[in-house]
Design a protein around this ligand. Structure first.
Ligand code: GLU
Length: 516
């Protein structure tokens, strides 16, 4: 294990679109590890592939991290002593390293045109080759500094002939490393291709840039998705020849998050197909205008989002499933991260959210509920009143969006009533009873639920009317439906005058139903 006194980890996304929940889990594990060892968590934007650049994607990543409360210590925004943290701004740095690899005979110039590469693949197909990649099997048939003379190569370079730099991976070697989650991993170089390191526009590819920057930024540990495992031999080869393997960060390749049904990595399409979010926050593709739903806008609280992500591939060895970020920092350890993929289960995700909504004090998410209610058409909400309401109904809310259904009636009197529930129970006697009850309510000086309840019960027994029926009718009068917290608490919360108004309005409405 590397020195844990100088832990520096990084999340290194390419800004190409929305942030998949697997990406946030990578951020989280990096973050937990960094904080556990008082280290640094770095955000590095890997934007060297200009053809995949998407407007707004970097800003979106920043917003997602800030929603989750996973703030980087060093980043393009926060700065830091190893910047710039955007690879496109480091272009000049990589050239020199590519040159070093060429000088050592570990990389070479390749001048092949698109047509040459196309022909190479056609020929390989015609030969029935199982691999169509540019590797040790074909490189000596191509136009590169391995097949051209020194003079030919330097003339092509002098005349600025478009070219790339490729790594030279020789067959018959074993490349090994110890993954912190998976243990010893060995690759046979026979099937590793000669990846491009420097493109014709002078930009490095991910493979060169990731190694150079992990070195220059003194990254001690690198946690990334399992999909990067096949690239590991290329990176190790570069490490070995540029900086030495002892400088290489210790890697951990995180297990995939799998679709709920069948096998394979959970994709955005699975979310669309099965109706759940896969991105952290809503993402609108700037070109197509297509919107992909996020957890935030689906009413998840960040505490629950992080908690559910942590548990997709890790547990603390006990039955406990609810962890705050601080608790996760304390409990997290790589040896409890699973090697096999974790199936995503949206029902379980909602369970986490429900648990967190119940657990958190109302003021933690009242701003979000405020906005959600406002969007549903409720205006001029008093903040203190809203917090009271949230505390009252949060047990019933699985997502923040449920507050519309569960809390709206506190802000506006019901427009519709559950008539089926009322029908058999409403009659002239009840009408007279509610008139009397309203009088009693009017006389209550301190409109508290216990007193309201006591007065109601008393009047019921005096008039030989069942309290259960009265409670149900009163609830429908106040709320419009049969659900909600205790009816006397609702009355207290609405206040005397609003309660009386609603009783009168509903009673008249029920009368109309009965007698017309
Ligand atoms: N830029 C890579 C990505 O988009 C980073 C992979 C790594 O962490 O090495 O995921």
């Amino acid at each position: 294990m590397k020195d844990l006194n100088n832990v520096r980890v990084r999340f290194a996304p390419s800004p190409t679109g929305g942030l998949h929940l697997g990406g946030v889990r990578t951020v989280l594990y990096n973050y937990l590890f960094a904080k556990k060892y008082n280290g640094k968590f770095i955000l590095r934007i890997e934007d060297t592939d200009q053809s995949r650049f998407v407007e707004g994607a970097e800003e979106y990543i920043n917003q997602c991290l800030s929603w989750c409360g996973l703030q980087p210590d060093e980043s393009p925004l926060a700065g830091g002593e190893y910047g710039p943290y955007r690879q496109s701004e480091r272009k000049g740095i990589y050239l020199n390293y590519a040159q070093q690899l060429i000088d050592k005979g570990v990389a070479y110039y390749a001048f092949d045109t698109t047509e040459d590469l196309e022909k190479m693949r056609e020929d390989l197909k015609a030969e029935g080759s199982h691999s169509l990649q540019y590797d040790h099997r074909v490189r000596l048939k191509m136009k590169n500094s391995l097949t051209l003379s020194k003079d030919e190569t330097s003339n092509l370079l002098k005349s600025s002939t478009p070219h790339v730099v490729r790594i030279k991976i020789d067959p018959g070697q074993k490349i090994k490393f110890t993954d912190l989650i998976r243990g010893e991993i060995e690759f046979d170089t026979d099937n590793v291709d000669d990846k491009v390191l420097l493109k014709s526009d002078g930009m490095p590819t991910y493979h060169l840039a990731v190694v150079v920057d992990d070195f220059l930024m003194k990254i001690s540990h690198a946690f990334r998705g399992e999909e990067w495992l096949p690239s590991a031999p290329v990176h190790i080869h570069i490490w070995q020849h540029l900086f030495g393997l002892d400088k290489m960060p210790q890697w951990a390749h995180l297990p995939l998050i799998l679709k709920p049904d069948g096998n394979g990595k959970l994709s955005k399409r699975d979310g669309d197909r099965l109706g759940f979010p896969v991105y952290a926050m809503n993402w609108t593709d700037p070109l197509s205008g297509e919107l992909t739903k996020g957890f935030k806008e689906s009413g998840f609280v960040p505490q629950a989002f992080l908690n559910l992500l942590a548990l997709l591939g890790w547990n603390d060895g006990t039955e406990n499933e609810i962890f705050s970020l601080n608790e996760m920092v304390e409990k997290f350890s790589l040896d409890r991260v699973h090697t096999s993929g974790a199936k995503f289960n949206f029902e379980k995700a909602k369970w986490f959210n429900h648990e967190w909504i119940k657990k958190l004090p109302a003021n933690e998410f009242s701003e979000d509920v405020y906005k959600i209610l406002e969007e549903s058409g409720i205006s001029k909400i008093d903040h203190n009143f809203l917090e009271t309401i949230i505390s009252l109904v949060k047990e019933r809310c699985t997502t923040l969006l449920d507050f519309v259904e569960q809390a709206s009636y506190f802000f506006q009197s019901p427009e519709t009533f559950d008539i089926d529930a009322v029908k058999g129970k409403w009659n002239l006697t009840k009408y007279e009873f509610f008139k009397l009850l309203s009088k009693q309510f009017e006389n209550i000086s301190e409109f508290k639920s216990e007193i309201i309840e006591e007065k109601t019960k008393q009047l019921c027994s005096e008039n030989s009317i069942k309290i259960g029926e009265v409670q149900m009718l009163l609830r429908i009068m106040l709320v419009g439906k049969k659900t909600g917290p205790g009816v006397f608490i609702i009355a207290e919360t609405l206040g005397k005058s609003e309660t009386l108004k609603r009783i009168e309005k509903a009673a008249n409405y029920f009368n109309g139903l009965q007698y017309t």
